[in-house]
Design a protein around this ligand. Structure first.
Ligand code: DX5
Ligand code: ZN
Length: 220
C-alpha cells in the first residue's frame, strides 16, 4: 500500500505572498506542492506558467507536482522540468501520442502521470498504466478551484484500483477537486492515496492545521 500524500494546490495561495505560502507548506505535514498550469484553451481559465513555478521552486523544500491543463503539453515538457517540476501529469485528452509524451517526461528525469477528465473511461489506461507513476482522476471539471466534488469519482477510483491491481502495479491514485476533511476518508476507502486540496486548505483559518487534519484522516 502506498503511503498517503497531501498536495496543497498553489492555485488557491495568495500570489502576493507566495514565499510565505510556500514556506507554510514546507513547514506543514504536506508532501508535495500541486501546481496547476492552465492555458485558456484546454480549460477555460489561465493560471500561471514558468516564472511563477520558478519562484515557488526557489523556496520549496518538497517536490513540485505539476498538473498540465494545456493543449499539446509535449511542446513544453522540457521547460517545466527545467524550472523545477518533479512530477509532471498530462491529460489523456490533451495529447495525441500519450506514450511518447510520457517517455518525454521520463527522459527529463521527472516522474510521469496521466490525468483523466470525469467522463474519460478508466479503461483507456489499460495499455499505458505501466508507464505511469501516478494517475490523477479529476473529481471536478478542470479549470477552477473551489468547485463541488463529483460523487461519480468513488466508483472511478474503485475501477482504477482494480485495473492497477490486475497488473500487479503500485501506481499512485491522485484525486483533484473538492477534496475536504469530509470526503478524504471515503476516498482512501475507495483506493486513492494522493490528495490535492486547494481552497479547503488556503481558505481555512489555519492552513497548517487543515493540512495536518487531512494527513491524519487519510492515514486512519
Ligand atoms: C482545477 C485544479 C485543481 C484545483 C483544486 O482545475 O486542477 O488542482 O486547484 O482546487 P480545490 O481543492 O479548491 O477544488
Ligand atoms: Zn490540479
Amino acid at each position: 500500500m502506498n503511503p498517503k500524500f497531501i498536495a496543497p494546490s498553489m492555485l488557491a495561495a495568495d500570489f502576493g505572498n507566495l514565499q510565505r505560502d510556500t514556506e507554510m507548506v514546507n513547514a506543514s505535514e504536506a508532501d508535495w506542492f500541486h501546481i496547476d498550469v492552465m492555458d485558456g484553451h484546454f480549460v477555460p481559465n489561465i493560471s500561471y506558467g514558468m516564472p511563477v513555478i520558478q519562484a515557488i521552486k526557489k523556496h520549496a523544500t518538497k517536490p513540485l507536482d505539476v498538473h498540465l491543463m494545456i493543449e499539446k503539453p509535449e511542446r513544453y515538457i522540457e521547460d517545466f522540468a527545467k524550472v523545477g517540476a518533479d512530477i509532471i501529469t498530462v491529460h489523456y485528452e490533451s495529447t495525441v501520442h500519450l506514450h511518447r509524451t510520457l517517455r518525454q517526461i521520463k527522459d527529463t528525469g521527472c516522474k510521469s502521470g496521466v490525468v483523466l477528465n470525469i467522463t474519460t473511461p478508466i479503461s483507456v489506461l489499460e495499455d499505458i498504466l505501466p508507464e505511469c507513476y501516478m494517475v490523477l482522476l479529476m473529481s471536478i471539471n478542470p479549470g477552477f478551484g473551489g468547485q463541488k466534488f463529483e460523487d461519480v469519482t468513488y466508483q472511478r477510483i474503485k475501477k482504477l484500483k482494480a485495473l492497477i491491481d490486475s497488473q500487479n502495479l503500485d501506481t499512485r491514485i491522485e484525486i483533484d477537486g473538492g477534496v475536504t476533511d469530509k470526503n478524504i476518508e471515503a476516498l482512501v476507502a475507495a483506493g486513492a492515496d494522493t490528495f490535492v486540496a486547494g481552497s479547503h486548505v488556503f481558505k481555512s483559518e489555519n492552513p497548517t492545521r487543515t493540512i495536518k487534519r487531512l494527513k491524519t484522516l487519510s492515514n486512519q
